[in-house]
Design a protein around this ligand. Structure first.
Ligand code: C5P
Length: 226
């Protein structure tokens, strides 16, 4: 067994807008663990393919790009992401970034290429990993697997508030339509589809505040890691 396999991992999977990113970041901080935002890796690869003008059909070139791109997290603050030295923190969060990431996520060669990068985040004293397949594929031996979900309407509403709060114009019905399209693509793809691991604890956050979800997850982590 690889030595890092003994390092504890908490996985937090779920669809977009389920709150997994925010919960994972708070939990990682509280535990003093590293954080893997795996969606950011798919987003970075998506932006990298756009910058390189690669067709999505060109799986071999996408795989090479995924192996060779230099990605750095957190040099300019918690959410900062660099691709080959260029700050693309905002670019990866745009609608184009989301859409391209979801298309990249359906390409097996891209998933394979990003697999080892994700494993490398498993460093002592521990890791909190959020995404779609953290508990099912990347860290199947995680000490605790959480799957957060919420109704599509509630998730679109959260995204709407987030964008408006940042001064970015948004139309709720459009957000809902895009979110459902992304859900469908993520759940129906053949490789690593979005679904809870058999041993995941599913929490429906539709009527819960972020604080309530964090409280639950922190309690579950304390029990699982004891
Ligand atoms: O989590 P986030 O919304 O940033 O993820 C962006 C996209 O990346 C998702 O819609 C999904 O298609 C893809 N993704 C994935 N597997 C992961 C994380 C993200 O396929 N573990």
């Amino acid at each position: 067994m690889r030595a890092t396999a003994k390092v504890p991992v908490v996985t937090i999977d779920g669809p977009s807008g389920s709150g997994k990113g925010a919960v994972a970041a708070i939990l990682a901080k509280q535990l003093g663990f590293s954080l893997l935002d795996s969606g950011a890796l798919y987003r970075v690869l998506g932006i990298a393919t756009l910058k390189a003008n690669l067709e999505l059909e060109n799986h071999e070139a996408i795989r090479d790009l995924a192996h060779n791109m230099q990605v750095e997290f957190g040099r300019f603050g918690a959410d900062s992401v660099e691709l080959n030295g260029e700050d693309i923190s905002l670019e990866i969060r745009t609608d184009i970034g989301s859409d391209q990431a979801s298309k990249i996520g359906a390409i097996p060669a891209a998933r394979e290429a990003l697999f080892q990068r994700q494993l490398d985040f498993r460093q002592a004293p521990g890791l909190v990993a959020d995404g779609r397949d953290m508990g099912t594929v990347v860290f199947p031996d995680a000490q605790l697997k959480i799957y957060l979900t919420a109704s599509p309407e509630e998730r679109a509403q959260r995204r709407y508030k987030q964008l408006i709060g940042k001064g970015i114009g948004a139309i709720l019905v459009d957000l809902l339509r895009e979110l459902k399209a992304r859900d469908q693509r993520d759940s129906e793809r053949e490789i690593s589809p979005l679904k809870p691991a058999a041993d995941a604890l599913v929490i429906d956050t539709t009527s819960l505040s972020l604080e309530q979800v964090v409280e639950k997850v922190v309690r579950l982590a304390a029990q699982a890691l004891a």
